[in-house]
Design a protein around this ligand. Structure first.
Ligand SMILES: NC(=O)c1ccc[n+]([C@@H]2O[C@H](COP(=O)([O-])OP(=O)(O)OC[C@H]3O[C@@H](n4cnc5c(N)ncnc54)[C@H](OP(=O)(O)O)[C@@H]3O)[C@@H](O)[C@H]2O)c1
Length: 334
C-alpha cells in the first residue's frame, strides 16, 4: 500500500489529519522532533514516526522522497507567546528553510501529490465582500512572514512538483487558540476582550473539516491550484464567542480593549491579524465535491464544546484515578 509522508502530524490540525488518514487505511510516515511523541504515534501499527528536524538536512529527506504523497503542515511555533516582529522574522526564516529542505528532496517522477498547507493570513485584509482564491493577496498579521514561502511555491511547480496549496481560515476545535483564548476564559466566566473598532468578518472552519479537506485535496486537488479551506458562513469574529458561550451555557461578558492594549498584550503581528476582514468563499473546494460535516459554526462549535467539557471532566477526575495520567498531560506531550 502507498505511503503518505506527513510533516506537522503532531500539531493542532496534523493530529486530526493523522486520525482521519488512519481511519481511511492509509500507511503513514509522520515526522516529529519529539521522541516521546514518536513513541505515542508508533502505537498505531499503520504509522511510522520519524524523529527529525525539518530545519536540518538528514536521512528523513530520503524517506520523504520515497513517499507517494506528502502533506506538509509543519511550521515553526506561532502560538503561546507574544508575537514580536523579531519572533515573526525568525518564523519566516525557519519556515523557508524547512520548506526548502523538504521540497528539494522530493522526486517529481515518483511523488503523486504534495499538499502544502499555508494560511489565509497570506490573503490578509481582502474586504467585506465575498472573495475567492483569485483575489489579490494583501498579507496582514502573520501574512507578510508567510508570504516569501508561499511565493516560492511557483518555482517548485515549475520544476515539476505536483503541489496543491491549501489555505485554511480560522481553524477552531478543542485545542490551540480556540481552547486557550476562547473556551477556557469563557468557561471560567472571565470577560472576553475584543479589540476596539468595527466588527471584523472572519472565515472559520472546524478542525475536522479542515483535516478532511486536506486529505480530500491529496486525491482531488488540481496541481498548481489554491484552495480556501473555510466553511459556508463567514461570521463576525465576536460570533465565535457568542456561539461558544451559548453552547457552554454561560453569559458572554465582553469588554472592548483599545488597540494599543491589544498590541501590548498580543504583540503587533497578532493585533494586525485581528484587524482584517476576510470574507472567503469555499466554492472552488465545493466544486471538487467536498462535503462539510460542519458547514457553519452553529453546527460545529457545540460539538467542540462537548469535547472540551469531556476533556475538562477527565482532567478533574485524572488526579484521583489510579496511576492518573491526566488528559492535560497527554495533550502537552502529544
Ligand atoms: N491553527 C490554525 O488556526 C491555522 C489556521 C490557518 C492555517 N494554519 C496552517 O496549518 C499548518 C498547521 O498548523 P497547526 O496550527 O496545526 O500547527 P501547530 O499546532 O503549531 O504544529 C506545528 C507542527 O510543526 C511541527 N514542527 C515545528 N517545527 C518543526 C521542525 N523544525 N521540524 C519538524 N517539525 C516541526 C511540530 O512538530 P513537533 O513539535 O512534534 O516536532 C508540530 O507538529 C501551518 O502551516 C499553519 O500555518 C493553521
Amino acid at each position: 500500500m502507498s505511503t503518505v509522508f506527513i510533516t506537522g502530524g503532531t500539531g493542532f490540525i496534523g493530529r486530526v489529519v493523522v486520525r482521519f488518514a488512519r481511519a481511511a487505511g492509509l500507511n503513514l510516515v509522520v515526522t516529529t522532533r519529539s521522541a516521546e511523541a514518536a513513541s505515542q504515534l508508533s502505537c498505531d501499527g499503520g504509522v511510522r514516526a520519524l524523529v527529525c528536524d525539518l530545519a536540518r538536512p538528514g536521512a528523513w529527506q530520503a524517506e520523504a522522497a520515497r513517499a507517494e504523497a506528502i502533506i506538509h503542515l509543519a511550521q515553526p511555533p506561532t502560538f503561546g507567546a507574544r508575537v514580536t516582529r523579531e519572533r515573526a522574522l525568525a518564523y519566516r526564516a525557519l519556515r523557508m528553510r524547512m520548506d526548502a529542505f523538504l521540497l528539494t528532496s522530493l522526486d517529481k517522477s515518483s511523488v503523486r501529490r504534495v499538499v502544502y498547507v499555508a494560511g489565509t493570513s497570506y490573503y490578509g485584509d481582502v474586504g467585506r465582500s465575498l472573495q475567492d482564491e483569485s483575489v489579490t493577496p494583501n498579507p496582514r498579521g502573520w501574512g507578510p512572514y508567510v508570504a516569501p514561502a508561499i511565493e516560492t511555491i511557483p518555482l517548485y511547480l515549475a520544476r515539476g512538483l505536483p503541489i496543491v496549496q491549501a489555505f485554511p481560515g480560522w481553524v477552531y476545535g478543542d485545542g490551540s487558540w480556540f481552547r486557550d483564548y476562547l473556551l477556557r476564559p469563557l468557561a471560567a466566566r472571565k470577560r472576553y476582550f475584543t479589540p476596539s473598532g468595527p466588527a471584523r468578518i472572519v472565515s472559520p472552519i472546524h478542525v475536522d473539516d479542515c483535516a478532511r479537506a486536506i486529505l480530500f485535496l491529496l486525491d482531488r486537488g488540481e496541481i498548481g491550484a489554491r484552495y480556501f479551506l473555510v466553511d459556508d458562513h463567514p461570521v463576525e469574529s465576536l460570533d465565535l464567542a457568542r456561539c461558544a458561550a451559548a453552547a457552554l451555557g454561560v453569559p458572554l461578558k465582553t469588554r472592548t480593549a483599545p488597540k494599543l492594549a491589544v498590541r501590548i498584550q498580543a504583540g503587533p503581528v497578532v493585533t494586525e491579524s485581528l484587524m482584517c476582514d476576510a470574507n472567503l468563499s469555499n466554492a472552488r473546494l465545493r466544486a471538487l465535491g467536498f462535503q462539510f460535516n460542519f458547514p457553519s459554526i452553529e453546527s460545529g462549535i457545540p460539538r467542540v464544546v462537548a469535547e472540551f467539557r469531556e476533556r475538562l471532566s477527565e482532567e478533574v477526575a485524572a488526579p484521583f484515578a489510579e496511576g492518573g495520567d491526566s488528559a492535560h498531560h497527554r495533550e502537552r506531550t502529544e
